[in-house]
Design a protein around this ligand. Structure first.
Ligand SMILES: [Zn+2]
Length: 186
């Protein structure tokens, strides 16, 4: 049995090295839609894989980090990185280019950690995050699978390689939520 929940965020970025100048050289934004797909072979007491509201609690905070924020590749020019940090209340620094593919990888990576840490609340079965789909436009999306997370060619994802602005952390409830999630991996 598979369930899917849809999330949305509005984000700005520059996707360096893409083929068009509009994409590679100009700050621009997209209205992203994110699908989180969970798989289980058992249902909880309510006959659900997991209550959608609980699913949202577990991973929604991280996806919301990107809403009305700017996603910055830490490998970008330092002057650009510092300017974006200085002039935006909400920003996320990533160790990879903020493409739809990398958003899907990063969200899947965090989702797997977050669902792995979540305790059963209503007799849920073993839940696996099957994939994360990120739609960057109406016509294009990327879907990441667990094997993509550790694919070195796609770039290493380490918790210490991410930075979040104070404005992003302020909406997590606990400003150290990301670090606590990966505390055992550091
Ligand atoms: Zn773009």
């Amino acid at each position: 049995m598979i369930i899917r929940k849809l999330f949305r965020f509005e984000n700005a970025h520059i996707a360096r090295d893409c083929l068009t100048k509009r994409c590679a050289l100009s700050i621009h934004g997209h209205s992203y839609r994110v699908e989180v797909l969970l798989e289980a072979n058992a249902l909880d007491r309510a006959g659900m894989v997991m209550d959608f509201s609980r699913l949202k609690e577990i991973v929604g905070w991280f996806i919301d980090s990107f809403d009305h924020s700017i996603a910055i590749n830490s490998h970008d020019e330092s002057a650009y990185v510092e300017a974006m940090k200085a002039y935006s209340y909400r920003w996320v620094l990533l160790p990879v280019n903020p493409s739809a593919e990398q958003f899907a990888r990063v969200i899947l990576w965090v989702a797997i950690a977050a669902f792995g840490a979540a305790k059963a609340a209503n007799g849920e079965g073993a839940i696996a995050v099957k994939s994360v789909i990120v739609h960057e436009t109406e016509t294009g999306y990327a879907e990441a699978y667990p094997a993509d997370i550790t694919n070195a060619q796609m770039g290493e994802l380490l918790p210490s390689s991410f930075q979040f602005s104070v404005g992003v952390r302020a909406d997590w409830g606990d400003p150290a939520r990301f670090e606590k999630l990966f505390a055992n991996d550091q």
